[in-house]
Design a binder for this molecule. Structure first.
Ligand code: NI
Length: 275
């Protein structure tokens, strides 16, 4: 038997949809000691294979479940992994993708995350890379990512990419990618160009799927929670991509009412790639 010295969970996402299976990825020392590990999860919430593939039960939805990894020969080597279990997507029910731009702004971002969490909801957040200079903003981004939100690139400095040279466009995108990756460990897959401004030169140099929106809450303009709520709730339909900005407390305030109301109307909250 190999003596396992250390188990390190790699910086992968710590969430899953009920109905999917998730492979728990760990780095173990020594490297070849994978089969010296034992995975355990509370049987009320799911089951896990010898290889670390987790399947959940319905009871796990909305919960943060804990997978414990121990070494066969040494009970002192132990690692817990916390996983948020999101509701299964039903393709026959209505869906909406809420999107939040221009974060991170720790106070209002965390307020939005609190609402999403309370309602078992996820969203897509397009992050401005230059906001990630402070510890509290980095912590809020990591929290957002670990909750299952999709993290997209919104450039480094909120630049209008159609007014930049190809090399400057690439720099805006790459720097934001790097700042986000330092926090989440994952390179953003999608982006939203600031102001929704696109051009053929911009598209050629951005090199990511670009996501616009179908409903504009205009929250940044009026900063009025009631108007934000009305613009979203009165216009939403199956498949909507809703634009809001989590940098404003007035938006966070509106989101506290929007999410429960859409839920009541039968909407499932999905990320843009899921949609
Ligand atoms: Ni923006």
């Amino acid at each position: 038997m190999v003596k396992v010295k250390k188990i390190v969970t790699t910086k992968t996402a710590s969430f899953m949809r009920h109905g999917d299976s998730l492979k728990i990825v760990v780095a173990v020392k020594p490297k070849w000691a994978d089969n010296e590990l034992i995975y355990h999860v509370n049987s009320m919430y799911g089951s896990i294979s010898k290889e670390g593939i987790l399947k959940t039960k319905r009871e796990a939805v909305g919960k943060n479940i804990v997978v414990t990894i121990t070494a066969k020969n040494n009970t002192k080597v132990k690692q817990n992994v916390h996983i948020r279990v999101l509701p299964k997507i039903n393709p026959n029910r209505k869906m909406v993708a809420l999107t939040f731009d221009d974060g991170v702004n720790a106070n209002s971002t965390n307020d939005v995350l609190d609402t999403l969490k309370k309602n078992d909801a996820v969203a897509t957040c397009f992050i401005i890379g230059s906001t990630l200079g402070t510890k509290k903003n980095k912590t809020a981004l990591l929290r957002s990512y670990q909750m299952g939100n999709e993290i997209g690139n919104h450039t480094l400095s909120h630049a209008n990419l159609t007014k930049l040279s190809p090399s400057k466009i690439r720099r805006e995108m790459a720097s934001a990618d790097r700042n986000i990756m330092r926090v989440t460990g994952k390179k953003p897959f999608i982006c939203r160009p600031p102001y929704g401004a696109t051009s053929s030169q911009e598209r050629k140099n951005v090199k990511k799927p670009q996501i616009l929106w179908s409903i504009d809450s205009l929250d940044w303009q009026h900063k009025n929670p009631v108007k934000t709520y009305d613009n979203v709730v009165n216009n939403v339909h199956n498949g909507s991509i809703v634009l809001m900005h989590d940098m404003y407390m007035t938006t966070a305030e509106a989101v506290r009412k929007i999410v429960p109301m859409l839920r009541k109307k039968g909407y499932q909250f999905v990320t843009v790639p899921e949609l």
